[in-house]
Design a protein around this ligand. Sequence first.
Ligand SMILES: NC(=O)c1ccc[n+]([C@@H]2O[C@H](COP(=O)([O-])OP(=O)(O)OC[C@H]3O[C@@H](n4cnc5c(N)ncnc54)[C@H](OP(=O)(O)O)[C@@H]3O)[C@@H](O)[C@H]2O)c1
Length: 361
Amino acid sequence: METKTYRGMKYRRMGNSGLWVSEVGLGLWKWGDPSYDGSRIGEHDGFKILDCALELGATHWDTANSYNMGAGNSERLIGRYFKSRGSRARNMVVLATKVKNAVRDEHELTRDFSPNESGASRKYIIQAVEDCLKRLQTDRIDLLYHHSPSLLSDGSWETPLDETWAAFDQLVRQGKVLYLAVSNRTAAQLETESKTLATVAVNSSHRIIGVQNRYNLMDRPRVSKKEGEPTVADEREFLEYIAQMGISLVPFMPLALGLLTGRYRKGKLDDTGRLSEQAGEARRDEFLTDRNLELVDKLDAVAKRKGCSLAQLSIAWLLSHEVVCSVIAGVTKMEQLEENVISPSVSFSQEELEEVDNLTR
Ligand SMILES: NC(=O)c1ccc[n+]([C@@H]2O[C@H](COP(=O)([O-])OP(=O)(O)OC[C@H]3O[C@@H](n4cnc5c(N)ncnc54)[C@H](OP(=O)(O)O)[C@@H]3O)[C@@H](O)[C@H]2O)c1
């Protein structure tokens, strides 16, 4: 696989495109204004981490219009960062954001939304991107995701697909968006959407180059080609399928919200982290199961033997798949970023890959 190196960080191409993304990026979901939006880190500490990320070449930054809790404050924080650091910083970053959800004004705590303030219609998409550009204080989005499929209760698409994809294509033609991607998709949905985009796009280079789905060592079968209960065979099929389509995977929740760092052990749960009781994470019970905590012990033993941390092992395992172009773990502390950026130097022998595979199937 062809890679490039910048400031010690390797870069991979996203899908069949010319866009290079850092192997370790930054997930900025829990960034915003912790005083009211449920985020875990604000501007004061956040800016120092963003400066450090640029120093370390971790330049693929992932956010969404609705982070956190529909407040839009993750984008606002990034916008203020670009404003304070200038165009050099902006140009170094591959800025990814997502639209689909409704967003409130700054400091607004509640709001009723009209049906056109979320979804996949032309009206929503064009307005949502204009709003993203304002919050991000930039004139273009490098990578725009449709955040999740807009479906009716019978599972059919809520908006005619050609309307949705013509709207995305228009934004690319206008230079407001450079590359397109989707999130939370099955391969069947990806295929239909890619075909639709090909029929409405003015230029064949306007295509879907990435898919962002949940994928980590705890959750492998969740990337699946099919609807319904996925299996390990489905996982392999999905990865092979998107590789064939020239689409990269950007795994979300790569560290299972911090579980795959060893901070939560049986009988000794970190009571300050994202999965602590006080953080109020809705997925806490789903992640902190006996099965998962036993797996943490086993994977940590593998990591210790290899001389790396469990977080580094987990990120390196994702990067061992060529179809994964970048790992965007969320961080809330400088040390976490410094630990995570070392991950690509962790390599696996065939036996070690099989061992991890057997443990996590
Ligand atoms: N497309 C989607 O629908 C979707 C859904 C979810 C997430 N995402 C994207 O994916 C990104 C990553 O997912 P995520 O942030 O939800 O979860 P994650 O990356 O699996 O976990 C992030 C958490 O792990 C902890 N952490 C990270 N590095 C660490 C280290 N070296 N040592 C110890 N702890 C460490 C931090 O916990 P503490 O906060 O406790 O310090 C951090 O908040 C998000 O930020 C977002 O951009 C997308």
